[in-house]
Ligand binder design. Structure first.
Ligand SMILES: NC(=O)c1ccc[n+]([C@@H]2O[C@H](COP(=O)([O-])OP(=O)(O)OC[C@H]3O[C@@H](n4cnc5c(N)ncnc54)[C@H](OP(=O)(O)O)[C@@H]3O)[C@@H](O)[C@H]2O)c1
Length: 373
């Protein structure tokens, strides 16, 4: 029986992870749950899964939890996350908080010899070098990276990887309409059901840009070895090309419960919650990435090439720009422009500490706010 702690249990990944754990109750149990602001859902999850430890972002909610669950260990704030990550009873830490604040608990868990199932791409994008230096067992949850991780088992001689991208809801929208795109339209992803931030990132393709940097760190590749191809059906989750010319692909219906289960139960495979794929029902198509339509990919690669604190600026600026777009305060096309401006103004650090990374991330958020005031 493996004991799992979930950072971000009230989010899209966290909730799907709990479904996976429920299906495999004989192999997995919940030791700790952590949430940001959704007190009522965390409370519901606590009754249902009876974890020993509960964590929430705010002190006010922490006090409420203490009254409601006097028998449990209750924590709050950033320190609580690292306490959970290093707790001796945790076997697997699922990291699903979409922010570089999850870097520190990730490193703590890796150093303490726990498996980290990593969904939060911001952790490797912003703090890749520090996380890799920690060593330990890191299993990706992002569907493309889980696919590549599975494709690489027992292999060597990798030439390049090809990340697939659905192209989001605006793959065929006339470019002159982009400035008028509304949050409601951008939240309609054609193939995946996800949290709001990643859904908007999948419409601009910043999500793919972040995934390129994530893959670079995970699989020790250069940026030139990572390509993107548009595959609107989201059935092939990624491909690997080997030096002999062989190409391997990973296929399934788009459902995050599969990569979550793979990371939690690795290296074993068991029946999962996802529906089987009937290949005769799909026409699988591919097209090249149009960088004029999706400039976010090139911009992300640029930040990845510069390295140091630039990827943290990319994450921070994009996060705030997405928030402003969702509030109706900026246009869809402003997201990329604001990120580009923040990157241009940033004076980076080449070998940043965790403090430098978090500071640059916050700096970028402020820059975007200032620019839009
Ligand atoms: N969703 C997907 O299908 C999918 C697929 C591939 C990769 N990913 C990656 O997985 C990560 C999570 O995505 P998501 O879609 O699950 O995001 P989400 O739905 O927005 O959930 C984010 C989670 O993080 C929690 N959180 C935020 N700030 C926190 C803090 N300071 N302390 C503790 N918890 C905090 C939120 O809590 P509250 O809700 O309680 O505020 C929520 O539980 C992202 O990096 C994303 O790119 C997601």
């Amino acid at each position: 029986m493996k004991r799992v702690a979930i950072l971000g249990s009230t989010g899209s990944i966290g909730q799907q992870a709990l479904q996976v754990i429920e299906k495999h109750r004989d192999k997995l149990s919940v030791l700790a749950l952590s949430a940001g602001r959704n007190y009522s859902l965390l409370r519901e999850q606590a009754f249902r899964f009876n974890p020993k430890i509960l964590h929430i972002e705010s002190h006010e909610h922490f006090l409420l939890l203490g009254k409601e669950f006097p028998e449990k260990e209750i924590l709050w704030g950033g320190e609580g996350l690292s306490y959970i990550a290093g707790h001796p009873d945790v076997d697997i830490l699922l990291v699903a908080i979409p922010s570089p604040i999850a870097i520190e608990p990730t490193i703590t868990a890796l150093k303490a010899g726990k498996r980290v199932a990593l969904a939060a791409k911001e952790v490797l994008v912003c703090g890749g070098k520090l996380v890799k230096q920690a060593g330990g067992e890191l299993i990706p949850v992002d569907s493309e990276h889980s696919a590549i991780f599975q494709l690489l088992r027992g292999e060597e001689g990798i030439k390049r990887i090809i990340l697939t991208a659905s192209g989001g809801p605006f793959l065929n929208t006339p470019l002159e309409r982009f400035a008028e795109i509304t949050p409601q339209e951008a939240l309609q992803h054609p193939t995946w059901r996800m949290g709001k931030k990643i859904t908007i990132d999948s419409a601009t393709l910043f999500n793919k840009g972040l995934e390129i940097i994530e893959a670079m760190w995970l699989f020790d590749l250069s940026l030139s070895q990572i390509e993107v191809v548009i595959h609107p059906q989201s059935v092939i989750h990624s491909l690997v090309e080997f030096v002999d010319g062989a190409l391997k692909a990973h296929l399934s219906l788009p459902d995050m419960r599969l990569p979550v289960q793979y990371a939690l139960l690795y290296p074993q495979r068991f029946p999962s919650l996802i529906a089987p794929l009937d290949l005769t029902q799909f026409m699988l198509t591919f097209q090249p990435l149009d960088e004029r339509r999706f400039p976010a990919v090139k911009l992300s690669k640029l930040a990845g090439e510069k390295g140091g604190t630039f990827p943290a600026v990319l994450c921070g600026a994009d996060e705030t720009a997405v928030e402003l777009f969702l509030k109706g305060r900026i246009k869809f096309t402003d997201i990329v422009t604001l990120v580009e401006k923040a990157l241009e103004r940033h004076k980076g650090k080449e070998e940043p500490t965790l403090g430098d990374i978090l500071q640059s991330y916050e700096w970028a958020k402020e820059e975007v706010l200032k620019e839009t005031m």
